[in-house]
Design a protein around this ligand. Structure first.
Ligand code: HEC
Length: 109
């Protein structure tokens, strides 16, 4: 009985952490579209900005990847577009969970 209980609890915990780790790709794509990010980015082709696949590669294995990207898409850092400095666009959301979902989506490309 005790073993069964422990097993059930372990399974429950696993399901919860999987649900947390799963990226909602549809929600991420919708928010990226709404925020006009695809004007300068695509998943795998170079436009004004680097493709998200390249961003994922650059940050692969880096512990601070999420923090860096959250900062990048919320604080409007200066970037160079067509040789001119301009403010990077900010994501159109103030919900930390939505923003983290977009960042995890980019990092999972
Ligand atoms: C006007 C063009 C433009 C738009 C619109 C734009 N970006 Fe960017 N983005 C860039 C450029 C240029 C860079 C490269 C900056 C650099 O490497 O200094 C970049 C870099 C990035 C990076 C990589 C940052 C890094 O540290 O390597 C991410 C992630 C990103 N953009 C996400 C987004 C998201 C999300 C949106 C929508 C809210 C967006 N971008 C909208 C031009 C744009």
């Amino acid at each position: 009985m005790k073993i069964l209980l422990t097993l059930t609890m372990a399974c429950g915990l696993m399901t919860t952490s999987f649900a947390y780790a799963a990226v909602d790709a549809d929600a991420a794509m919708a928010l990226l579209k709404k925020s006009d990010c695809f004007k300068c980015h695509s998943i795998d082709k170079k436009k004004e900005g680097p493709p998200y696949k390249e961003v994922a590669k650059k940050y692969k294995g880096k512990a601070d990847a999420e923090d860096k990207l959250i900062k990048h898409i919320t604080t409007k850092p200066m970037v160079e577009v067509d040789g001119k400095k301009e403010e990077h666009r900010a994501i159109k959301s103030s919900d930390p969970a939505e923003i983290l979902n977009v960042v995890q989506f980019i990092l999972s490309q």
